[in-house]
Design a protein around this ligand. Structure first.
Ligand code: IVH
Length: 702
């Protein structure tokens, strides 16, 4: 990007600027402002891409501040791509959906040498053996992003979303200093280009963030990947900036010239060269971590080398990606709906550690199920320290023959949840003891029972304090009543203080008393009250979920809530009626039936209703629906201008149509807004699909 001569020039420029005082007139400012931006971009590149600081932090700050002052004083000189614009001010609103012009597919997975050989054989069968070479690069374990540059400027950053539609996170993406705000694609004849890559947090930075959080008494983050994807999607770009994200670019989604001609394959011919080209334009790309391999043997050797080296690498990677290097050949192999046939991810084995099992605790869930939890010596694994791991149930312990004092193998795949693979019998000393599952509830001492056909032992005492606590925590949780300001810890505290015991108490809180409790100010009490009040207006399916009827999740709850005006009507439903509902089988029906034939539950519902909690069907749903669309299937694509996506969905459903998620033979109508992309192309190839614009759709239901 910057060669030795350019470096010298920029360093001289930096020296000159550092010796300059902030300009006082528009003319003087105009003269210097571009130099300042160039110098800052140069130092950003050195620092964030080359990992090399050529000036002291204070000197960098001096340049940055001067630029900011100029822009504040002479707003005409402010440009959108100025480095000062990386941290946008204030909160960004929601992240509007953006359709990817070329879908962001996933990768096929391979786990060993033979999977790689098979991949190579498949490719050779598809396109012959001539001139096959592969690029191998790290599979970064971060959050994927797509960047669009138009006329050399970064115009959009988006998440992957479901691969078809992502979220527009441009203000947040702009805060990443390793992402150039401008790049000279025009020198290559490129008018518009989409780059794909991964935003991630360096391991040391992640550890530092967690250290700070620990010091501040905040909950630590589980892993770098989730922290990165959370940071990309915060409403506060300043927060994104503070999390120290970096971005590696590893793919060109598409590239077109000013006439709209595709350049990928015709001009940008080899993946390895494209990546080098991106590096030359100032992007951060994998360099020493990647290799162009002449055959599959080299690929295998390089993948295995990196599996051994992964712990020494600065970033979290969970495998290597093997890509056919020749783009024209890539196109010849083609795609499945899920992944390209020209690439494969070689996944590393999950990381393992050994730890001593110290003791077992037994937790009581909201339905009384007892879960044994292994407490182990604090064990660092894949970025976090593990101290407890679920043992699921008694059978799990018996099948694996896990004993107290055993050394156990702990595994943590890319996921958050650690797992015990099994004990290490060779490490036994003879001191290990059999784990005796309790026969009484650890909280209320009621005798445990194990219903026929179930794996869990249960405490059947409905009033067991642990169950009560878990029920309350579930009631207020995100998927249920979603009461803001009332989380797990507060529920525990309120219970301990005797403020709540039963879900109905949540709607009779003594706010005056809470205001006098330590740590509660007027503002937090107000927020709590607002959250509680707002939850009264929830659609009734949330209440159904919150009540924790066994086997009733969101989908069943929504189905149930739709079918009656008041939830209390279910008192009069029999099993047959329940089973006639969509997707409700005998087991679920029985559980619902039992719940609504229990007097205590009906009391609870009536009490909640009397306290103002909504137990009725949403009035919207009462609107007479019609069958104008006669069960036909619809899909919307592109930017809609006449109505929102949510509204579109509602219109289809309330008029008796169905929505589909993708283009297929089952689709009857594709409704296109502006800038429709791949879905339209695909639909045009299926003759039975009718393509409508928004107006034509509205006419169908008018
Ligand atoms: S190429 C069509 N290259 O892996 C192929 N993906 O499982 C597009 N990923 O969503 C992906 N490192 O987020 C590619 N060097 C790399 C990658 C990589 C990580 C992620 C990416 C993608 C996921 C697919």
């Amino acid at each position: 990007m910057y060669n030795a001569a350019a470096k010298k020039e920029y360093l001289q420029l930096t020296q000159r600027l550092l010796a300059t005082e902030a300009p006082q007139t528009l003319e003087a400012a105009d003269e210097i402002v571009k130099d300042l931006r160039d110098a800052i971009s140069f130092h950003d590149w050195n620092y964030y891409i080359q990992s090399q600081a050529l000036i002291a932090d204070q000197q960098y700050d001096y340049l940055f501040k001067m630029l900011k002052q100029i822009e504040a004083r002479f707003p005409d000189l402010l440009t959108e791509d100025s480095p000062t614009q990386r941290v946008a001010h204030g909160l960004s609103p929601d992240f509007p959906p953006v359709e990817h012009n070329v879908p962001m597919l996933s990768l096929d997975n391979g786990y060993d040498e033979s999977d790689l050989r098979e991949f190579d054989n498949r490719i050779r069968k598809l396109i012959g053996s001539q001139g096959i070479s592969y690029t191998v690069e790290p599979k970064f374990d971060g959050s994927s992003i797509a960047l669009v540059y138009e006329n050399d400027r970064l115009v959009r950053g988006a998440t992957r979303g479901d691969g078809q539609v992502g979220e527009d996170i441009t203000p947040n993406v702009k805060t990443l200093r390793s992402i150039p705000l401008t790049a000279r694609f025009s020198d290559l004849g490129i008018a518009k280009i989409e780059l794909r890559g991964e935003a991630l947090i360096k391991n040391t930075v992640f550890a530092e963030i967690n250290n700070q959080r620990r010091e501040q008494g905040l909950k630590t983050f589980q892993n770098a990947r989730n922290t990165a994807s959370g940071a990309l999607r915060t409403k506060d770009p300043g927060e994104t900036a503070r999390r120290g994200l970096e971005a590696f670019m590893y793919q060109i989604g598409y590239a077109i010239d000013a006439e709209g001609n595709n350049l990928l394959g015709s001009h940008l011919k080899f993946h390895s060269e494209n990546v080098k080209q991106l590096q030359a334009l100032g992007f951060k790309v994998p360099t020493t971590e990647t290799k162009l391999c002449a055959n599959i043997e080299e690929v295998i050797a390089f993948c295995e080398e990196w599996e051994r080296k992964r712990n020494d690498y600065e970033y979290e990677i969970d495998g290597m990606v093997v890509k056919l290097d020749d783009i024209k050949k890539q196109e010849l192999t083609g795609y499945t709906s899920h992944h390209p046939r020209w690439a494969i991810a070689f996944k590393f084995k999950a990381r393992q550690a050994k730890a001593k099992l110290l003791h077992v605790e037994y937790q009581v869930g909201r339905t009384g199920a007892i879960t044994p939890v292994a407490k182990i010596e604090p064990t660092p694994l894949a970025g976090v320290t593990i101290v407890s791991i679920s043992l699921h149930n008694e059978d799990f312990i018996r099948e694996k023959d896990i004993r107290l004092g055993d050394t156990v193998i702990v595994e943590r795949a890319g996921d958050v949840i650690p797992y015990i693979v099994g004990p290490v019998p060779e490490a036994r000393t003879g001191e290990e003891a059999i784990i005796h599952f309790p026969d009484k509830c650890p909280t209320c001492e009621t005798a445990l029972v194990k219903p026929e056909g179930e794996a869990a032992w249960r405490c059947v005492n409905f009033d067991c304090p642990s169950q009560q606590e878990e029920r309350l925590i579930h009631f207020v949780s995100k998927d249920a009543m979603d009461i803001e300001g009332l989380g797990r810890d507060i529920v525990r505290r309120f219970m301990a203080e005797g403020l709540i015991q039963h879900v109905t108490d949540i709607y009779q809180l003594d706010y005056r008393r809470i205001g006098q409790m330590e740590g509660w100010g007027q503002k937090s009490v107000e927020n709590l009250q607002k959250g509680v009040e707002a939850s009264k207006e929830n659609p009734s399916w949330r209440l159904l979920v919150a009540l924790g009827i066994r086997h009733v999740g969101t989908i069943t709850a929504k189905e149930l809530a739709k079918k009656v005006i008041s939830l209390l009507e279910y008192q009069n439903w029999d099993l047959e009626q329940l089973m006639a509902l969509e997707d409700i089988g005998p087991k679920v029906a029985e559980s619902i039936h039992e719940f609504f034939h229990n007097a205590a539950n009906i009391d609870t519902l009536e009490k909640l209703a009397s306290l103002g909690v909504n137990i009725s069907r949403n009035p919207e749903a009462d609107k007479p629906t019609n069958d104008k669309l006669g069960g036909k299937t619809f899909l919307f694509t592109g930017s809609l201008t006449q109505f929102s996506r949510d509204k579109a969905k509602e219109l289809v459903e309330s008029n008796g149509g169905k929505l589909l998620g993708s283009v297929s033979k089952n689709l009857d109508y594709l409704v296109v807004g502006t800038d429709a992309g791949s879905k339209l192309e695909k639909a045009q190839k299926i003759p039975t699909i009718t393509i409508l614009n928004e107006q034509e759709f509205l006419e169908m239901i008018a």
